[in-house]
Design a protein around this ligand. Structure first.
Ligand SMILES: [Mg+2]
Length: 404
């Protein structure tokens, strides 16, 4: 079995663009994968176009070690966010082809069935004003939908520091959510790397009474020294890793005990092969994985396979019940969270077990959708079109010219 073709499809939503890669083989199979590249879709597409002819076309999809070495080492340039995402796209589609050709789901090739049910947590559900009452009522709806865990960033557009009134409001939101969901539902507090260490420590102390299961990226996530200051000053577990792309990126956090829950993103870290290595390494430090996941149904399905086969797996992030739920229509059999226990079931179809519906994809062309975490109202995930942005950029240029 040799790969003879690679094609990409991009689907736009108001705040994210989903890139799908399909690898076609000489025996007529199609393997699929997905990456939601943070704000740099065109850059990822260019990288896929550049690397696929060198390292993917005319290769056997079983040779993922060679594929990974080629992208990481033979390319010579340092692997980073974009290249590791392109590698993940190649890797996941390759495992889909392996599973299909052997007639088994991917998890059987990753270590087999460790668990039948994969716990999920909801994100993208708090598209509302920063008002404790409205957010609490949305939180109740999440739990009614079956989820036993949910995440929120209640800090508005705060950056570095947070104004006293804003902090009071954020604490009131978390308090209202705890009151709404009861003591047994996990509340995960996202900080998006907003704060200085001093501010993060103050905020964490104010949140402790509401028993969050973790605080996420309290400070700039590439800075282990800053994380160490927060670590030393809070009892709350720390989650981080979604912006780590290589073992070297995450190494200080694991080796210096700065992280409790490793959130590396399967689709930005090189795919199944790299995640399997990471899981073993994290397990040597008794750490759990809760991979970051902002993908539509294909990337989510990849994460479900990985979770089924990985012992030190905690929980999987999921947006697609609350933000752009129509993305589920992009494939024939999307992964779904069971209303009974808030978990995904172990997939049973060969390979990844999903096929892209090109007609459904064609209905949602690119939007230029991106995330703007330091602007007021980002929680609504309404996005801004490229046209509007182009217009405002032109307006800024015009303004600068007229200033002269
Ligand atoms: Mg995050």
């Amino acid at each position: 079995m040799n790969i003879v073709g690679a094609r990409t499809t991009v689907v736009g939503t108001p705040w994210r663009e989903l890139v799908f890669l399909e690898l076609v083989t000489d025996d007529g199979r199609t393997g699929v994968s997905e990456v939601r590249m943070v704000n740099k879709t065109s850059t990822l597409l260019a990288c896929i176009d550049e690397l696929a002819p060198r390292h993917v076309i005319d290769t056997d999809p079983f040779d993922v070690e060679r594929l990974s070495w080629n992208v990481l080492r033979a390319e010579y340039g340092r692997p980073e966010e974009i290249t590791q995402s392109a590698l993940a796209a190649f890797d996941v589609a390759s495992w889909d082809l392996m599973g299909q050709s052997l007639g088994v789901p991917i998890w059987k090739l990753l270590g087999g069935r460790f668990r039948d049910r994969v716990p999920a947590y909801a994100n993208g559900w708090y598209q509302s004003d920063r008002d404790p009452k409205s957010i609490a009522s949305l939180a109740r709806a999440v739990v009614d939908r079956g989820y036993r865990a949910l995440k929120l960033d209640p800090f508005g557009a705060a950056s570095a520091e947070i104004a006293a009134a804003d902090l009071r409001q954020a604490v009131a939101i978390v308090a209202a959510v705890r009151e709404a969901v009861g003591p047994d539902v996990q509340i995960l507090v996202e900080m998006h790397g907003r704060f200085t260490p001093a501010t993060a420590i103050k905020v964490a102390a104010r949140l402790e009474p509401f028993d969050p299961a973790w605080i996420e990226e309290p400070v700039a996530p590439e800075n282990p020294q800053a994380t160490a200051r927060v670590r030393a000053a809070t009892r709350l577990p720390i989650a981080t890793g979604e912006r780590a792309h290589t073992m070297e990126d995450i190494r200080p956090f694991i080796e210096q005990s700065l992280v409790d829950v490793v959130q590396v993103d399967l689709t930005h870290f090189g795919g199944f092969l790299a995640m399997k290595r990471l899981a073993g390494w994290a397990d040597a430090y008794s750490l759990l994985l809760a991979p970051h996941n902002v993908c539509g149904p294909v990337g989510t399905m990849a994460n479900v396979h990985f979770a089924v086969a990985t012992p030190n797996y905690k929980i999987l992030e999921h947006f697609n019940d609350f933000a752009d739920p129509w993305v589920q229509e992009l494939v024939d059999a999307p992964p779904t969270v069971d209303r009974v226990d808030g978990c995904f079931a172990a997939p049973e179809r060969p390979g990844l077990g999903v096929r892209l519906n090109h007609d459904a994809c064609a209905k949602h062309p690119r939007t230029g959708g991106r995330i703007t975490l330091f602007e007021h109202g980002w929680e609504r995930r309404e996005g801004r079109s490229q046209k509007e942005e182009g217009g405002s950029q032109k307006a800024r240029v015009r303004r600068r010219k007229s200033d002269k």
